[in-house]
Design a protein around this ligand. Structure first.
Ligand code: SF4
Length: 370
């Protein structure tokens, strides 16, 4: 039993749940998936909104719903089309898992969908937060959906300042959240806390004067230096600097494109062949694939170098132009016209540099990009 259980029990009973719900009814943002919350639209929104701003995510949600309005149509889509529609959102494993989940649901729940928490938890890429959000909103399952917003609101409300990536910090917040869920309307309750975290109990400037929890919030009773501090993590992610060379290999009017393996960065997307090195050694390594060997003609840098941040790596990206006298390299990838290549599902870093690289290739190769 947690040493603060008695406090939690008191807090559960005195918690201003009603005030929170009234606040939500007044301040809820009118988002399209909230109008008539159904499993397909809710699932799609929860997956898209992970690591994504709501304005950007809403546009993607709308595109997906328009193109694939149900599990069946998404299951029957090609994974390349799904990745292309996802282009620009990042974290592409989400798109591949979205597609796999649609196929599983279409096969195992024909013309229907799972309703049990454990069934959702067994789907690819669905974790406790997403399963709880779907089941509480769509099926009234009384379980707390705990995301970063909820952890921030509750850690301040309870005055707990332990690291949230350690059991000592996270467990009491989860226990409290589950004890506090409104069994009558768990979906509304979960959405109300998340909305409070997004609009009022924000990371750096909480608007306590207009918060429905202010009278019971432990943070308000704390000394100034501890008041309103957001939760923190103890184990910080170490970001490594990596030099990434993209090899722009052209032949006549075509450029060589490779599909990246599913289990790596940008899995399933298309890109130029690439090599990586520790950043401090960034020189132009003659390390294009052996199959091309000495046949390639070196045309030097292609376009401007760019930096691109991933969750654990800072990429220092440089493009290098090569001309191939042969087109006999099908084991490395596919020769595409520039227009065909641009229509593929590309990583954001390529999308951003595409025009620059294409223009530079056109100016520096003896052949043409037209
Ligand atoms: S009173 Fe302030 S710190 Fe407490 S929950 Fe509300 S906004 Fe957050």
């Amino acid at each position: 039993m947690h040493p603060k259980t008695a406090f939690f029990d008191d807090a559960v009973h005195t918690m201003p749940r009603r005030e929170l719900h009234e606040w939500y009814l007044k301040h809820e943002r009118p988002l399209p998936w909230r109008e008539d919350p159904r499993p397909y639209e809710t699932w799609l929104c929860e997956v898209i909104m992970q690591q994504t701003r709501i304005d950007q995510g809403t546009a993607y949600w709308q595109k997906f719903v328009n193109r694939w309005p149900d599990f069946r149509s998404l299951a029957n889509a090609s994974v390349d089309d799904v990745l292309k529609e996802w282009q620009g959102l990042g974290y592409y494993s989400r798109a591949r898992n979205l597609h796999k989940t649609a196929q599983i649901i279409h096969t195992d729940f024909p013309n229907s969908h799972p309703t049990a928490l454990n069934d959702w938890l067994s789907m690819p890429g669905i974790g406790p937060y997403t399963a709880a959000a779907i089941c509480s909103i769509c099926f009234d399952t009384p379980v707390a959906a705990i995301d970063g917003n909820v952890l921030r609101v509750l850690s301040r409300f309870l005055g707990i300042h332990e690291p949230i990536d350690r059991p000592s910090g996270r467990k009491p917040l989860e226990e409290f959240a589950n004890a506090w869920v409104d069994p009558e309307n768990p979906g509304r309750h979960n959405q109300a806390i998340m909305e409070l975290g997004a609009l009022t109990c924000t990371p750096h400037a909480p608007d306590c004067a207009n918060c429905p929890l202010q009278n019971a919030c432990a943070s308000q009773q704390m000394p100034h230096e501890k008041r309103n501090i957001p939760p923190f993590k103890q184990g910080k992610t170490k970001v490594i600097d990596v030099a990434l060379n993209f090899h722009v290999i052209v032949h006549d009017t075509r450029v060589l494109m490779c599909k990246r393996p599913d289990d790596g960065v940008w899995g399933g997307l298309w890109a130029f062949p690439s090599t990586e090195h520790p950043f401090q050694n960034q020189v132009k390594p003659f390390d294009v694939p052996e199959a091309l060997g000495n046949l390639l003609v070196d045309r030097g840098p292609c376009g401007s170098p760019v930096k691109h941040l991933l969750s654990h790596r800072k990429l220092h990206v440089q493009f290098w132009l090569w001309e191939s006298p042969l087109k006999n390299t099908s084991d490395l990838g596919d020769w595409k016209t520039w227009e065909e290549a641009e229509a593929l599902a590309l990583p954001r870093v390529l999308e951003r540099s595409w025009e620059d690289v294409k223009k530079s290739a056109s100016q520096n190769a003896s052949t043409t990009t037209a």
